[in-house]
Design a protein around this ligand. Structure first.
Ligand code: ADP
Length: 448
């Protein structure tokens, strides 16, 4: 096992990774921006170094300063968390060049999967079903209209380099299509530095179901079950659960084997997620996330496997200590992302000082957070306060437990989406597991 690693991230995920390190006896190095000098994660680490001013472009995204700290402190490996540099092939390659192990897949795999177009064609080659559409980059309006007619409206125009729900638009007519092409190209160029776009079928009432995979460098690759992430706002997940309420052992095996087939085809090593849309009995590949997901905790709760520890073990060359037959799904787990934002004001971020704070607890409750009473949430980064996860022996118990945990959770000083979560959890269709990615709009949650 490593003696020392650097965590190139902040907030709750930096602490999550450090917790695994502490249990494994691995020393930790934190890097932080000037806005985070008093943050919990910087204090939690064995060593902490400031890497620049608040804007992430000058700190958490500054590859040279991060590698420099790793070198100076003798960190053998870097865990990138999620967001920031976690899916940046240049960063993974800079680590590889500096002789530092990047805790994730190789830079080539990250690069390949970072392009939705390349990922899509790799899946077709692996025999995994993809969303109906056309895998070519769109060059001009006339070809787009032609392709659009052949797929059939409605369509989704997508940036190949897109992520975080940014760079996609639904269109119903050729006029909307040509307008969307130019607007998505502009957004993609400015956000991702790549204006390549493509078109696929827009599935109208899908569920988002994803498969967690884990692969070692000896060619073993397993799936750790599924997660349902259909409760979204603007294509961004808010509530996730494991397993999906519609999951059957057969479907899980089918989707799991498809994900493993895909991972093996691209030479995937470490933890990753293969995302699918599910509609009317069929599932379609959406994308591969080449990092630890925000929602990995629900999988940990139902499998009993610490995914971060496995990431570290695989990264230092160890073989996975279990086989597919050892993976068992027990009970049901739900996660609510607790954000400092105002659900009544279009979810506007609500940074500021947390004046009173008491997190939920008790049986079956797991809280991953990077905040505390008196902490000032800086305005520069995402607005997540914590991830509230619960486990129950079945979905009914998990829902009751989540309602109880949301009732216990007290955050004063900043606006939070806790009331929003309480509303969703109390909707009948949620209890029934009747979910689609349009759940929030369909149930008018915001005005409830
Ligand atoms: P990102 O990389 O930005 O996260 P994804 O491709 O993973 O984008 O899609 C995010 C979400 O957008 C999905 O969970 C789903 O709700 C919606 N979505 C994406 N593609 C489609 C599609 N073809 N049809 C319907 N919904 C889609």
């Amino acid at each position: 096992m490593f003696k020392k690693i650097l965590i190139a991230n902040r907030g709750e995920i930096a602490i999550r990774v450090m917790r695994a390190c502490k249990e494994l006896g691995v020393s930790t190095v934190a890097v932080y921006s000037e806005a985070d000098s008093n943050a919990l994660f910087a204090k939690y680490a064995d060593e902490a170094y400031c890497i620049g001013p608040p804007p992430s472009s000058r700190s958490y995204l500054n590859i040279d300063s991060i590698i420099d700290v790793a070198r100076k402190t003798g960190a053998e490996a870097i865990h990138p968390g999620y967001g920031f540099l976690s899916e940046n092939a240049k960063f993974a390659s800079a680590c590889e060049k500096a002789g530092i192990i990047f805790i994730g897949p190789s830079s080539e795999v990250i690069e390949k999967m970072g392009s939705k177009i390349t990922a899509r064609s790799a899946m077709i080659e692996a025999g995994v079903p993809v969303v109906p559409g056309d895998g070519r980059a769109i060059e001009d309006d006339a070809t787009a209209i032609e392709i659009g007619e052949s797929i059939g409206y409605p369509l989704m125009v997508k940036a190949s380099a897109g992520g975080g729900g940014i760079g996609m638009k639904v269109v119903y007519t050729p006029e909307e299509l040509t307008r969307a092409l130019s607007s998505i190209r502009n957004v993609a160029a400015s956000t991702f530095g790549d204006s390549t776009v493509f078109i696929e079928k827009y599935l109208e009432e899908p569920r988002h179901i994803e498969i967690q995979i884990l692969a070692d460098s000896q060619g073993n690759c397993l799936y750790l079950g599924d997660r349902e992430c259909s409760i979204q706002r603007r294509h961004q997940k808010l509530i996730e659960e494991a397993p999906s309420p519609i999951m059957t052992p057969e479907l899980r095996r089918d989707m799991g084997e498809a994900a493993v087939k895909a991972a093996k085809k691209i030479g995937y090593v470490n933890a990753g997620t293969v995302e699918f849309l599910y509609s009317k009995g069929d599932y379609y590949f959406l994308e591969v996330n080449t990092r630890l997901q925000v929602e990995h905790g629900v999988t940990e709760l139902v499998t009993g496997i610490d995914i971060v520890k496995q990431q570290l073990r695989v990264a230092c060359g160890e073989k996975l200590p279990f086989t597919q037959d050892d993976i068992e799904i027990r009970g049901s787990a739900i996660e609510c992302r607790i954000n400092a934002e105002d659900p009544l004001n279009d979810f506007a971020p609500s940074p500021g000082k947390i004046r009173r704070y008491r997190s939920a607890g008790g049986p079956g409750v797991r809280v991953d957070s990077g905040v505390h009473m008196g902490y000032v949430i800086p305005p520069f980064y995402d607005s997540m306060i914590s991830k509230l996860c619960v486990w129950g022996s079945d979905r009914e118990e998990a829902i009751a437990r989540m309602k109880r945990a949301l009732y216990e959770y007290v955050v004063v000083g900043v606006k939070t989406n806790i009331p929003f979560h309480r509303t969703v959890l109390s909707i009948d269709a949620f209890a029934k597991g009747d979910l689609t990615t349009h759940f929030i709009d369909d149930h008018d949650v915001l005005s409830a």
